[in-house]
Ligand binder design. Structure first.
Ligand code: FES
Length: 146
């Protein structure tokens, strides 16, 4: 597996997604409330751009006459014919063990050469009139392993 940078953490806030291309593969990377997941952007039905679909929840198994809704924010619905997939596993909702899309490992990693650091500018100054500010560099990358 090879690591590929997607973007900085700031560029992919919760509830957002990014579609990227790696070695000719289109992949959707999602931020689900701070957890990152990636799946292939190709629906196994008729090859629609799956990751462009609406993200929501789905109905859960329930007794006749009852409708339960759950998994909010984890389900992507194919924009062409509505097949639903769990973003966290790639499994389809209707046949999870036989119909699925490829999922990829996603990690958050510090930027090389730019470690998290805190420095107080002007802290060594003896003149009390010098105003000091704390400066923090905290750059992290969302990285997908393909
Ligand atoms: S192409 Fe996705 S449901 Fe048909």
């Amino acid at each position: 597996m090879t690591a590929h940078r997607v973007c900085t953490v700031d560029e992919l806030p919760p509830g957002q997604r990014r579609i990227i291309e790696i070695n000719g593969r289109s992949i959707g990377v999602f931020n689900l409330d701070g957890d990152y997941h990636a799946i292939r952007n190709v629906c196994p039905h008729q090859r629609a751009p799956l990751c462009m679909g609406r993200v929501s929840g789905t109905t859960l198994p329930s007794p006749a006459g009852e409708y339960r809704y759950g998994r909010e924010g984890r389900i992507v619905r194919c924009p062409w014919h509505g097949w639903e997939f769990d973003i966290t596993t790639g499994q389809s909702v209707f046949n999870p063990h036989r119909v699925r899309v490829k999922s990829y490992e996603v990690a958050v990693e510090p930027a090389e050469g730019c470690p998290a650091a805190t420095r107080t500018v002007g802290a060594d100054e003896e003149d009390p009139s010098v105003e000091t500010f704390e400066v923090t560099v905290d750059q992290q990358w969302v990285v997908v392993h393909v």
